[in-house]
Every structure is written in C-alpha cells, then in structure tokens.
Design a protein around this ligand. Structure first.
Ligand code: PSU
Ligand code: MN
Length: 308
C-alpha cells in the first residue's frame, strides 16, 4: 500500500520483514535543531548507538520529493546540503512531495512515516508542546496532535522549558497519550532530570516499557505513547545555568515577531549560541541516551533477539 509513497532502506526493510528491532529517528534535529557539522556527526553516532544495542536505525527525512525511511550516509549528506531544506510536520508532507522538495521531518511527521512503514519505536531529543504564552498565541505543536492519533512510542528526554510544561502535560492527558517515565517519578525537562511535574507512570526496565507499548497497541488505544528518559546526571545542566538563557531567547522571539514553525528553531539556535555550546553538548548526550533506551525497548518488543 505504501510502496509507491515511501522508500524504505533495504536494511530496514529486511529487519521489518524478519520481525527484528527497528528504531525510527527524526531529521529536523539535523536540519533545524543543531549546527553543522555537529548535526551530521550526531546523526551518525545515534545510528551507531542503536546498532550497538542490536537494533536497526531508520532515520526518516524527505529527499527530492520522496519520503525516506532509513538514510544512507550519502543521503544524510545530501539532505543537509539542500539549500532549501524545509522543516516538515505531518501536514506539510503532501505539498513538499508534490513539488519535489526536501525536508527534515519533525516528531509529528516522523511518527506518521514510521507508522506507515510499520515501525513502533522512535527516538528523539525533545518533543514539541504547548509554548509559553499559548493563551495569547495559540502555539501548540502538531507533535501533540499526532501523538493523540498515531500508534508509535516516542522516547524523549521530556520537553524543554522553552515550553509550558504543565500545559503540555495537560494536552497529552486530553489526547489520551500515556506519559511513562523511565526509572523516575518525575517528568524530565530535557536539560534537567526533573521538571517539578510528575509523570503519569514510572517503569524501571526497557522490558517493562516494551510490555506496556505492546499492551497499549493491542488494547486498540489508537494513540502514541510518550516515554520520558531523563538526561544522564553527568550531562544535565543546572537550572540556574540555562533558565535565564531560555527566558532571554523567548523575549527576543517576541520582540522580533518570530512565530509559527520558525519559533522552535529560533529558540534552539539562540540557546545553543548563548550557552556557548554547553546546551549542545547536553542535547547530544541525551539524544544518544534516548536512542539506546529506544533500541532496548525495540529489541524487547521484537522478542528479545538483538542482532549482535
Ligand atoms: N525540541 C527540541 N529539539 C528539536 C525540536 C523540538 O528540543 O529539535 C524539533 C523536533 O523536530 C520537534 C519540532 O518535532 O522541533 C517541533 O516544532 P514545533 O514546535 O514547530 O512544532
Ligand atoms: Mn508551533
């Protein structure tokens, strides 16, 4: 059904056909979330982390009008070299495909394509959510709507405090998306291990999380799951170190009238620059940490047989 719509890399195709573990990865983090060349280096390191755990990585993007599930090294280089590379959420896919464009895929778009390909586990850094001041701007990421209707487990490090975390958790609750924290009662806040909010559920092993994912899907829940994995202690940033930088970035966005799909990339870029790379190092560490957990969940879901 989807063969004429998306290109699935042969390694990914073979793993899916054999029922082996596959982990989807997004690409907006590469095209709009990190500076070059750290973006490409990180994308490759994350794929290696997933392979080391015995799963097959499937980085998802749109290249010259074709959605790709699984990118070769050359595809990744081509993606970042396209001068007009777009940021695609799920709703943008059709128009970008129709004009033959290229795009990094956000969490919402990556979930859509992963689900079409039959992939149930996806790793990223942070998902989008309800922006601070949303009562004025109505800025709520399409990631939350997609989580409310697409059956994929998304492993993240919580959400950044560029967002309104309590409101984001309220929308996830309304959307029937379970929020499961790994090894902690707290909902993590990306750079920090604890947002001050509690997650709905705590599970302590990848196997237990895999069981919950399997049950959620078999119950016909019809939604995704958010698996929140706190940043490793050694890589976390002190709130005092980052909160002022985030507040300054939000003020600058408001002053410059940055809105809609440009807002999140603007904030990420400004925070990375103003923190002199400390936020970037944390970002890279937590994405890799999420990839490893996602791979372990995918291996457990596939029946525990890692490819080693
Ligand atoms: N948050 C991060 N890093 C990111 C993103 C969000 O900490 O790279 C990216 C993800 O691709 C996410 C997207 O799906 O931004 C959300 O964008 P928006 O807020 O415009 O929905
Ligand atoms: Mn938005």
């Amino acid at each position: 059904m989807t063969a004429d719509l998306i290109d699935i890399h042969p390694d990914v195709r073979a793993a899916l056909d054999a029922g082996r573990a596959v982990v989807a990865l997004e690409s907006t983090i590469v095209t709009h979330g990190m500076p070059h060349p750290r973006n490409v280096e990180t994308a490759r390191a994350v794929e290696d982390d997933i392979r080391a755990e015995g799963a097959v990585p499937a980085t998802i993007a749109v290249l010259d009008g074709r959605p790709r599930v699984g990118l070769s090294a050359a595809d990744l280089d081509a993606l970042v070299a396209r001068p007009d590379v777009a940021k695609a959420s799920g709703r943008d896919l059709a128009a970008i495909m129709a004009r033959g464009g290229s795009a990094g895929t956000t969490v919402s778009c990556t979930m859509r394509l992963a689900a079409l390909a039959g992939i149930r586990v996806f790793a990223t850094g942070g998902v989008g959510g309800v922006h601070r001041g949303a009562e004025e701007t109505w800025d709520v990421s399409a990631d939350l709507a997609e989580l409310g209707r697409t059956e994929v487990a998304v492993v993240c490090a919580g959400v950044k405090s560029i967002l309104d975390i309590p409101k984001t958790l309220e929308v996830l609750e309304s959307q029937r998306v379970p929020v499961i924290a790994y090894g902690t009662d707290a909902f993590p806040a990306f750079y920090a291990r604890d947002s001050g909010e509690r997650a709905d559920h705590r599970l302590d092993t990848p196997e237990e999380i895999a069981r919950a994912v399997d049950l959620h899907l078999r119950l016909g829940s019809g939604t995704g799951l958010l698996i929140a994995n706190p940043v490793p202690e050694a890589d976390a940033l002190a709130p005092a170190e980052i909160d002022g930088i985030i507040a300054e970035a939000i003020d600058a966005a408001a002053t410059q009238g940055v809105s809609r799909k440009d807002l999140t990339p603007f904030l990420l870029e400004r925070i990375a620059t103003r923190s002199e790379g400390r936020s970037l190092a944390t970002n890279i560490a937590l994405v890799r940490n999420n990839a490893r957990l996602a791979a372990r969940i995918a291996v457990a879901l596939a029946g525990g047989s890692a490819e080693r």
